[in-house]
Unconditional design. Structure first.
Length: 209
């Protein structure tokens, strides 16, 4: 058994001992099938950033089942409304100007929206907050899963992941590449991710709190 398999098996055991229901999918299709079965009867799902769910095209699969999926990260919500493709893994709407975004929001809200950054952000946050309040299930990715502790590490800039994670039902979708031996290693990795995304050692949310 390889070290990776060892970490995976330990993580599965630790998570289960912590009361987490774990499903190990061998393919994207298996993952989608399981998630659809778990969301049966739902009409609305709120989702935070997760590159693995984009890779397996989870949103498209849920929408095909008649489930409305709302992205709660501001950049991802803009891309969703634009029906565009993300230009960067951590800044998906960085290729759009405030005028582009204002035009999209004006069309979406059926009212003129001025191209003022603060106003654009406020409108999206208000709408997303309303959806989060209404939804009964949240889906998010994970920055890390630890084998030793069975801990799940979530990193965010906007505070939306915490709100999504507080839904009555929560599903966390993560690849085996997110498994780390222990919490110390996971936090070291998280610091690198934050620096890559923001150029800082702490997230924007923490910096503004």
């Amino acid at each position: 058994m390889s070290a990776v398999d060892g970490f995976l098996n330990q993580a599965l055991q630790s998570l289960s001992q912590n009361g987490v229901k774990v499903f190990l999918a061998k393919t994207g299709e298996e993952a989608i099938s399981f998630i659809i079965s778990e969301t049966k009867g739902e009409k609305l799902v709120v989702k935070s950033k997760s590159n693995v769910t984009k890779e397996i095209k989870l949103v498209e699969a849920l929408e095909a089942e008649g489930i409305q999926v709302i992205e709660t990260d501001i950049g991802d919500r803009i891309i969703q409304l634009c029906q565009d493709r993300p230009s960067h893994s951590t800044g998906p709407a960085s290729h759009l100007t405030r005028y582009d975004i204002a035009w999209t929001l004006s069309k979406h809200f059926n009212q003129k929206v001025e191209p003022v950054s603060e106003r654009l952000t406020e409108l999206i946050r208000e709408e997303v907050s309303a959806y989060i309040t209404e939804a009964g299930i949240g889906i998010t990715g994970a920055n890390a899963v630890t084998s030793e502790e069975g801990a799940i590490v979530l990193v965010h800039n906007e505070g939306n992941i915490v709100k999504v994670a507080m839904q009555p039902r929560l599903m966390i979708v993560a690849g085996v590449d997110k498994i780390y031996p222990n919490l110390e290693e996971a936090l070291n990795m998280a610091k690198l991710q934050i620096f890559y995304a923001t150029g800082s050692l702490i997230t924007s949310s923490e910096a503004n709190s």
